[in-house]
Design a protein around this ligand. Structure first.
Ligand code: GLV
Ligand code: MN
Ligand code: MN
Length: 418
């Protein structure tokens, strides 16, 4: 393998292990938006960035960006992914893509580029802390809604508080925006988080598009009461309503081709063993490649929620709805990625992503592409998440080739690459 891709892949794997230790929980990986472990991640990554000749800075959305500036074009190639995680996560989702980006900068440290190279670690993609995904990439793409600053986490801190506690200025979050003209492309390397590449026996895939996603916060309200004295007949038990609803969600998911429908979070109140639950808040995550199918599923499920609540003399409410439509990746950037894979004597698989990525938001504004890495076992959002060092080496080799190919396209005539 040319360059020192194997050695760089070893470093990427070791760094993924090292960053997994930066966690809110002692024995598991949990790193939510701008919590103290994110500072440790920034410190370690900044050191690796400097060694790769990247100048690190943190924007007011908490994104860490290492730039290798060019004196030729004031335009940039962005490579990276996110640094936050779900609770009890694996060690590769997001972080792997950022570390591959740093490895690319290391690999081509002696080569001149006609554009800036920005390696970006987005502060927030999973939406765990404030029940809102893509906070970091939304700021970069200029679609951060100022109302989000007032959202609260479970401890009552607002997004604004979190940004300020991290030493940043929420009032200047608009500064994080990159202008459309400034960005040549955003390319996100990421684990596939599924079985397709493994089944095809291929290390790399190029994403054609990303499924649309709806996230809702729902509530069933019933009547709390004494668990010992209230007769079973005639109870209005909110948790029972929620349970019936969850079964219906799963059933619709199984009956509708390609639909993913999940209730992942449930909070019962007052959450006491001897009190009939009076109120239950639950999340609903629905995804499909076809936005119309997803929207129809949401409408059906909301009707189901109302029917269940009515039968139990309860109330069903939609507290919040967020949705991202399905997006296509940029045809030209993806084509260059595919050509780079062939030039490295690999065969790409073109595939759709069921998982959400910062690329969803970035694609609204910038030419965006994604490189998927084979995911042994395909288990993600789980500590068993795995990545293969050899596949990481191939990804590094391919992305170096991609950067060189892009450089050729933007090379001013008078400049020669070393
Ligand atoms: C992000 O990982 C998502 O797809 O929920
Ligand atoms: Mn994830
Ligand atoms: Mn991810």
């Amino acid at each position: 393998m040319p360059l020192n891709a194997s050695k760089l892949a070893d470093a990427v794997m070791a760094r993924c292990d090292e960053l997994a230790a930066c966690s809110e929980d002692e024995h598991r990986v949990t790193r939510r938006f701008l919590t103290p472990p994110m500072r440790e991640v920034h410190d370690r990554l900044s050191g690796w960035m400097k060694a790769a000749n990247l100048e690190p800075r943190v924007d007011n959305a908490g994104n860490l960006i290492g730039r290798r500036a060019s004196t030729h074009l004031d335009r940039t190639l962005l490579l990276g992914s996110h640094l936050d995680s779900v609770p009890n996560a694996g060690r590769y989702d997001g972080v792997l893509g950022v570390l591959i980006g740093v490895a690319i900068a290391e690999a081509i440290i002696d080569e001149s580029l006609p554009f800036h190279l920005d390696i970006i670690g987005f502060s927030e993609e999973e939406g765990e802390r404030f029940s809102m995904p893509y906070l970091g990439s939304s700021a970069v793409a200029g679609r951060f809604d100022q109302n989000w600053l007032a959202r609260t986490d479970r401890d009552g801190n607002t997004v604004s508080d979190a940004i300020r506690q991290f030493g940043l200025r929420p009032e200047d979050i608009g500064d994080a925006e990159f202008s459309t003209d400034h960005v040549i492309a955003y390319v996100e390397p990421h684990l596939e988080q599924g079985p397709m590449l493994e089944q095809a026996g291929l290390p790399l895939g190029v994403v054609t598009g990303i499924a649309g996603q709806s996230r809702l916060r729902l509530e069933f309200a019933g009547t709390a009461g004494h668990a010992g004295t209230t007769p079973m007949l005639g109870r209005s038990d909110a948790l029972l309503m929620a349970s019936e609803f969850i079964v219906e969600v799963s059933s619709l998911g199984r009956q509708t081709t390609g639909l993913r429908a999940t209730v992942g979070r449930v909070a019962a109140a007052p959450n006491a063993p001897n009190v009939i639950p009076g109120r239950v808040e639950l999340s609903l995550d629905v995804r499909h490649v076809d936005d119309l199918v997803r929207e129809r599923a949401i409408n059906d499920l909301l009707a189901t929620g109302n029917r269940i609540a009515k039968a139990a003399e309860g109330i069903f409410s939609v507290l919040e709805t967020n949705a991202n439509a399905a997006v296509s990746m940029d045809a030209d950037v993806s084509k260059l990625l595919i050509a780079s894979i062939h030039e490295c004597e690999q065969r790409p698989l073109e595939l759709f992503s069921g998982a959400g990525h910062d690329a969803v938001v970035m694609a609204e504004r910038f030419p965006t592409a994604m490189l998927f890495l084979r995911h042994p076992g395909g288990v993600s959002h789980h500590p068993d998440e795995r990545a293969e060092r050899d596949d990481v080496a191939v990804a590094i080799e391919v992305l170096c080739q991609f950067v060189r190919n892009l450089a050729k396209q933007h090379q001013p005539n008078q400049v020669s690459s070393s």
